[in-house]
Design a protein around this ligand. Structure first.
Ligand code: FAD
Ligand code: NAI
Length: 469
């Protein structure tokens, strides 16, 4: 046909979903074209998401740890923050290394990268418009849509660079004196943690009656308690009714249970009220791919859309919008195209808020069990009884396991505390492998570690726990 380039697999979008799908397909011997509108590969996660946020959260942790050692005899001065250096480290040593690495990996595998905005023109062709206006027509036998998601805008908020989404907050233009975070979800609390440590007075406003609403309350409480101490305020069940940008600041009005009566002035505002999929901006209708009202594309267990040779993966196919979900779906899509008989059958997908302390959960939550009338058994081990937690002066944590009442198998887990995200992995494996309380309690964990708390929680359930410290 009249294509400029042809391939067996066209992947639209180079985030964790897209680059994984492209690389897997190439490794399986397929000719692959990867279409990306931005000059670097890696999508939201590597460029303006998971990775830069974790770099800044590391900086935040170093600062807050140094602030909190005073009562064990160590006093450090106020941190001297060189924002240029911090930004450079994040952009060049962290993000740049990873995205550059992806570029080299694409080359090594013979994946052709076509830069520009892609829009389907037919079920077998996409037009890619480069920054210079040049259009490249890519013909394909199969396609994988991995176009991701973008931040939801606050309705009615004025256009002003001080009213930011996560990308703006990660850019770290300055350290605002007073900052408002709208939305007490994962992005808001992670970025709030960063700016609080850097020295901003942070306030969070959330219209629901709790923070991180998908997670059990007992796991969120230690985080909330610590944030209430460090932040200027946490306003739950409260709405923002008006945002006005003036030369000297952003003026915000509130309404609700914990709302301040007077208009408040902030130096910057972070809007983190969720993300919406990019399904409406890719010309999907020209390929016959069904996109719902919100922009999501539905797929079957093989990641196939309603058009049999077109697949979709990652944020664009639905919740949870997480990088590790996208990469696993990506492999399935590439393998199905290569003729393998595989499906996406993960029993659980872990969630982690990399706040301080971290909150991590997987599988069935207590709240869900109650709502659905599922009978469970649970055991929660308080870190105040962990020697390791005491010796790092962070005893606010807890490790909770949720078991099936009949089989005693682990079906859910939640951890709050430093490194909870790393510690959760054992519980995820336990669920995938069908392990029960015995398996975890009889496995020898190194002492003294925080990972022991998983073993202790299982022993608590078994009634076999003796010397906890
Ligand atoms: P994306 O990463 O969104 O990639 C889509 C790509 O497609 C983009 O590069 C985009 O430019 C490109 N694209 C879209 N449309 C077109 C088009 N028409 N033409 C050409 N290119 C196009 N998840 C975690 O698991 N852990 C975390 O710690 C974490 N932290 C996060 C922190 C922040 C601040 C944010 C915003 C998100 C975070 N996430 C995290 C979520 C994670 O980034 C996403 O789940 C993940 O990036 C989704 O991958 P994806 O491949 O579906 O899409
Ligand atoms: P979110 O859905 O996690 O949280 C948004 C919060 O804003 C909710 O609590 C919601 O009730 C609240 N909200 C919505 N509208 C509001 C309003 N008008 N006023 C006040 N509060 C309002 O969304 P968030 O934090 O923007 O993150 C988007 C997604 O990005 C996450 O759901 C997750 O999939 C991904 N992500 C994952 C991370 C991780 O895995 N560590 C880190 C950051 C993002």
């Amino acid at each position: 046909g009249n294509h400029d380039v042809t391939c067996q697999v066209m992947v639209l979008g180079s985030g964790p979903g897209g680059y994984t799908a492209a690389f897997r397909a190439a490794d399986l011997g397929l000719k692959v074209v990867l279409v990306e509108r931005y000059p670097t590969l890696g999508g939201v996660c590597l460029n303006v998401g998971c990775i830069p946020s974790k770099a800044l959260l590391h900086t935040a942790k170093v600062i807050t740890e140094a602030q909190e050692t005073e009562h064990h005899g160590l006093r450090f001065g106020k941190p001297d923050i060189d924002l240029d250096k911090l930004r450079n480290w994040k952009a060049n040593d962290v993000v740049g290394k990873l995205t550059g690495g992806l570029g080299q990996m694409a080359k090594a595998r013979g994946v052709t990268v076509v830069n520009g905005v892609g829009k389907f023109t037919s079920p077998h062709q996409i037009a890619v418009t480069g920054a210079d206006g040049k259009v490249t027509l890519v013909g394909f036998e199969n396609a994988i849509i991995a176009a991701g998601s973008q931040a939801t805008k606050f309705p009615g908020a004025p256009e002003d660079e001080r009213i930011m989404d996560s990308t703006g907050a990660l850019a770290l233009a300055d350290i605002p004196g007073r900052m408002l975070v709208i939305g007490g979800g994962i992005i808001g609390l992670e970025m709030g943690t960063v700016y609080d440590a850097l020295g901003s007075k942070v306030s969070v406003v959330e219209f629901m009656d709790g923070l991180i609403t998908g997670c059990d309350r007992d796991l969120v409480r230690p985080l909330q308690k610590r944030m209430e101490k460090r932040f200027e305020s946490i306003m739950l069940s409260t709405k923002v009714t008006k945002i006005e940008a003036k030369a000297d600041g952003i003026y915000v009005d509130f309404e609700g249970a914990n709302a301040p009566q007077e208009t408040q002035k902030y130096d910057r505002v972070l809007v983190s009220i969720g993300r919406r999929p990019n399904g409406k901006n890719i010309g999907a209708e020209n390929a016959g791919v069904a996109v719902d009202d919100r922009g999501f594309i539905s797929v079957d267990k093989q990641m196939r859309t309603n058009v049999p040779h077109i697949f979709a993966i990652g944020d664009i196919v639905g919740q949870p919008m997480l990088a590790h979900k996208a990469t696993h779906e990506a492999k399935v899509a590439a393998e199905v195209i290569a003729g393998h008989k595989v499906e996406f059958v993960a029993s659980v997908i872990p969630s982690v808020a990399y706040t301080d302390p971290e909150v991590a959960w997987v599988g069935l939550t207590e709240t869900e069990a109650k709502a659905k009338g599922i009978e469970i058994e649970k055991a929660s081990f308080p870190w105040a009884a962990s020697g390791r937690a005491l010796s790092i002066a962070r005893t606010e944590g807890a490790t909770k396991l949720i078991f099936d009442k009949d089989t005693h198998r682990v079906i859910g887990a939640g951890i709050v505390g430093v490194n909870a995200g790393e510690l959760l992995a054992e519980a995820v494996l336990a669920i995938e492998m069908g392990a029960d309380a015995h398996d975890l309690g009889l496995t020898i964990h190194a002492h003294p570690t925080l990972s022991e708390t998983v073993c202790f929680a299982a022993e608590l359930k078994e009634g076999t726990i003796t010397d906890m410290l």
